[in-house]
Design a protein around this ligand. Structure first.
Ligand SMILES: NC(=O)c1ccc[n+]([C@@H]2O[C@H](COP(=O)([O-])OP(=O)(O)OC[C@H]3O[C@@H](n4cnc5c(N)ncnc54)[C@H](O)[C@@H]3O)[C@@H](O)[C@H]2O)c1
Length: 179
């Protein structure tokens, strides 16, 4: 399956590498061009047991690639995971600026039906807002799912590959469903 992962931080890099290890074709997108150049060479900005080997093997076997080109990655992927940061704002709420921007960019790039999955940690109600943002940018159908990440730093690859639970949420409001 063709998978896109937007945001190649802790969560996105582990998820993308593990999806590739499971046999999927994965394009990981990040807006940080310097980070993308390093990742293309297999240089990983975080310490996580098992991750360098996963990245190296899947880069070599061409199931994993890194890019700054969100548009091309969205067009290629059937499923797009959003894994950008949602930092705490000064008033204690989650700053959703980046995830809103990414949702709009995905909407603009869509050229056919897509499954869009939110992995970032977001407050209740975010999916409704993201659905509206995407709808405003595209006429193509899509489903929006929530799949929050629970990995622990230091055991992230193991947690991702052998999770004790997987939580997936979906509201049947969208115009097409293939799940
Ligand atoms: N780190 C954890 O242990 C952990 C665990 C569970 C959940 N989460 C949640 O997962 C989400 C991601 O966390 P993280 O630690 O991976 O964040 P991170 O800050 O390490 O990574 C986010 C990445 O997104 C990139 N980015 C920012 N704007 C972008 C854009 N417009 N397009 C493409 N890429 C962009 C950044 O350059 C960065 O590489 C957050 O919501 C976080 O709360 C994190």
């Amino acid at each position: 399956m063709n998978i896109g992962v937007i945001g190649t931080g802790y969560v996105g890099l582990v998820a993308g590498s593990c999806f590739a290890e499971s046999g999927n074709d994965v394009v990981c997108v990040d807006s940080n061009a310097e980070k993308v150049e390093q990742l293309k060479k297999g240089i990983i900005p975080i310490y996580e047991p098992g991750l360098p080997e996963l990245v190296e093997r899947n880069l070599r076997e061409e199931r994993l690639s890194f890019t700054t080109d969100l548009d091309a990655a969205v067009k290629k992927a059937f499923i797009i995971f959003i894994a950008v940061g949602t930092p705490t704002a000064s008033d204690g709420s989650a700053d959703l600026t980046t995830i809103h921007e990414v949702a709009a960019a995905i909407g603009r790039a869509m050229d056919r039906y897509k499954v869009i999955v939110v992995k970032s940690t977001v407050p209740a109600g975010t999916s409704s807002r993201l659905r509206e943002i995407i709808k405003n940018e595209t006429k193509h159908p899509f489903d929006l799912l929530s799949n929050p990440e629970f990995l622990k730093q230091g055991a992230a690859v193991d947690d991702f590959m052998k999770p004790d639970r997987i939580v997936v949420g979906w509201t049947p409001l969208s115009s097409q469903c293939v799940m």
